[in-house]
Design a protein around this ligand. Structure first.
Ligand SMILES: [Zn+2]
Ligand SMILES: [Zn+2]
Length: 608
């Protein structure tokens, strides 16, 4: 059966992985009978299960060793081969409390079920349960809503692998007990598993944290703080190239630049609703002389105050305010990951203030801008997701009419430009629905990048208005948008996607000059100056290394071009061109090379 076009939750793979998680927990309980079980869901590309193994002799949480992991995997495979059925049943709350009496985490889950807070799979519900759903294989009984495969054998033992263990807090809360998480992966068959493991290896080699160090792009200093990246010169050059590309595209589309401070009064965010919405993921407000300030979690309220700084007529609209605005969120330390998950990051933010009549055209304009950017980056493999509110959740503000209007506006705009999208409940911003652009990189991993949001709520909360043609005050609509998403995250993804070998226009150093002997150094510096005058970013390797070593070093730095200079080149006013892919292009007059390279940069060509 094909998994194409059906939601993951309904796919074969989801059942396989969910079942693998249960069998893994069964194996853990056999080998560690005192282990306490938390939860074990399928996740993208695999599954995990969280366990509490108690404390070691030093009072620290006991962890799984590499040997434990191998043993668990071994036992798990034996259990899978035995072909036991997964049987579904139910228990009353009281019976479940008795059955799971020695499993403290399960008891908490049962209490949540009885109170109508969360269901067996940890999904919020509003209905108190009188019974709980149970799945059993052999002697292993778990609180679970399924779905599972019918028999354990349907999870092929040679298509399963346990990958790693790590700490995870119960319910993701660092004030709660630390659990031991085992991550595993499971596929239809061995071939799929092998292919996945190969991609994992490749992903490890491309890890942006490793490449970021190797290429001198960014640094995270523990003295500055976790999740607060420092951009090194090479990284800053790359980022500025991206920023000026977007600035130019925005200028052509009538955006206006603004600059706003990194903090604002707490009242500002209370008015916008960002506080207390972002309270848990915020740095604690700063108290200065009795006034409270907050590091900004979002740029919107600042831009709104710019809109409110003067009266507007319909003739001023659409007003498109743009800023590379840095925001701060106190992500949990376990969630931080180099540039892709940071605590301080810069959003390529813009807020469009439009009349209701302009909404569709402006939304289309934003989609067009995002498509232009993705095409330039060579991101052809992407999809769009329309995130709507979840009517059962209380984390969304505004009226149902606002939400309907917003969703309708997005659908109409997307339909008009012929863009396909999937609808996903519960993926909206708290103030309105949004269209997210999800990019699949060369390793087929999905990353959420650009986003466009329609907002009727903040204009209401800040009482925004403009004078319409009828002379009356009307309420504008806001569009929030960020094509890159965040500069940090986008660059992190770029590093991995390109494996550090950026297109010429983005490469921090575009050309390395390689004089063969000392007597060629002056000429090399001379050529370098000419290239720089033409706008190219160059460096000269006038070290005492041999030529091959110099070329090798430049290749390790993924510098697009190496220009080798010897007696012949000096005589002819030429350079011998090599690329980082070890292609030898022979000698070119310096002027010719400059023309070729600057053309590639101007057209933002992906290939050299
Ligand atoms: Zn389950
Ligand atoms: Zn915004």
């Amino acid at each position: 059966m094909s998994d194409v076009n059906i939601p993951y939750e309904e796919s074969d793979l989801y059942r396989i992985r969910h079942s693998a998680a249960h069998v893994m927990a069964e194996a853990v309980l056999e080998l560690f009978p005192a282990a306490m079980l938390a939860i074990g869901p399928p996740v993208e590309d695999g599954f995990y299960y969280d366990f509490d193994l108690g404390k070691d002799e030093n009072g620290k949480p006991r962890t799984f060793s590499e040997e434990d992991l191998a043993q668990i995997e071994q036992r798990m495979k034996e259990l899978l081969k035995q072909n036991a059925p997964f049987e579904h049943s139910s228990m009353t709350i009281a019976a479940a409390q008795e059955f799971f009496a020695s499993q403290a985490y399960k008891l908490e889950l049962i209490a949540d079920l009885a109170a109508g807070k969360l269901n067996e799979n940890g999904v919020p519900t509003a209905v108190p349960a009188s019974e709980v759903s149970i799945y059993t294989q052999r002697n292993f009984v778990d609180l679970c809503r399924g779905p599972h495969v019918k028999y354990t054998k349907q999870v092929k033992a040679n298509a399963v692998k346990l990958l790693r263990t790590g700490g995870a807090y119960w319910r993701g809360d660092e004030h709660k007990p630390q659990l031991q998480r085992i991550y595993g992966t499971a596929w239809h068959n061995k071939e799929e598993l092998d292919e996945y493991l190969k991609l994992l290896e490749e992903a490890k080699a491309r890890d942006h944290r490793r490449l970021g160090k190797q290429l001198g792009l960014f640094h995270i200093s523990q003295l500055v703080g976790s999740g607060l990246p420092l951009w090194l010169p090479n990284g800053a050059i790359l980022r500025e190239a991206l920023e000026s590309f977007l600035r130019q595209a925005q200028l052509e589309r009538g955006y206006l630049p603004v600059i706003t401070p990194h903090i604002g009064k707490l009242d500002l965010y209370i008015t916008s609703g960002h506080y207390p919405y972002y309270k848990d993921s915020q740095y604690t407000p700063i108290d200065v002389d009795g006034e409270k300030f907050m590091l900004k979690p979002m740029n919107c309220p600042h831009h709104i105050e710019i809109y409110r700084s003067e009266a507007h007529s319909y003739r001023d609209l659409p007003l498109r305010l743009a800023e590379f605005g840095t925001v701060y969120r106190h992500e949990q330390s376990g969630e931080l990951n180099g540039l892709t998950r940071a605590r301080g990051f810069t959003v390529d933010d813009s807020h469009l203030f439009v009349t209701p009549d302009q909404l569709e055209a402006e939304f289309i304009g934003v989609i067009d801008l995002i498509q232009h950017i993705f095409q330039t980056m060579g991101f052809y493999d992407f999809r769009a997701r329309l995130g709507t509110n979840d009517p059962d959740s209380d984390k969304y503000a505004g009226t149902p009419e606002m939400w309907q209007r917003g969703v309708k506006a997005i659908c109409q705009a997307a339909d008009k430009v012929g863009m396909n999208y999937t609808l996903e409940k519960g993926e909206a911003a708290f103030y309105g629905p949004k269209l997210d652009f999800i990019f699949r990189d060369v390793l087929k991993r999905e990353w959420q990048l650009g986003t466009v949001q329609v907002d009727f709520l903040l204009p209401e909360r800040f009482d925004l208005e403009y004078t319409a043609e009828d002379g009356q005050k009307h309420r504008p609509v806001m569009i929030h948008r960020a094509p890159f998403g965040s500069m940090e995250r986008f660059v992190g993804i770029l590093i991995e996607h390109f494996n550090g070998a950026f297109p010429l226009w983005l490469a921090p150093v575009q050309v390395m000059l390689v004089p063969i002997a000392d007597r060629h150094n002056d000429y090399a510096h001379d050529v370098s100056r000419k290239l720089r005058a033409a706008g190219l970013r160059t460096a000269v390797d006038d070290s005492s290394d041999r030529m091959n070593k110099k070329i090798r070093n430049a290749q390790l730095q993924k510098i697009p071009y190496m220009l080798v200079i010897g007696d012949k080149e000096m005589e002819n006013g030429a350079v011998a061109v090599r690329t980082r892919d070890e292609e030898d292009r022979g000698a070119l007059p310096v002027a010719e090379f400059i023309t070729q390279a600057t053309t590639l940069i101007k057209t933002k060509r992906l290939e050299l």
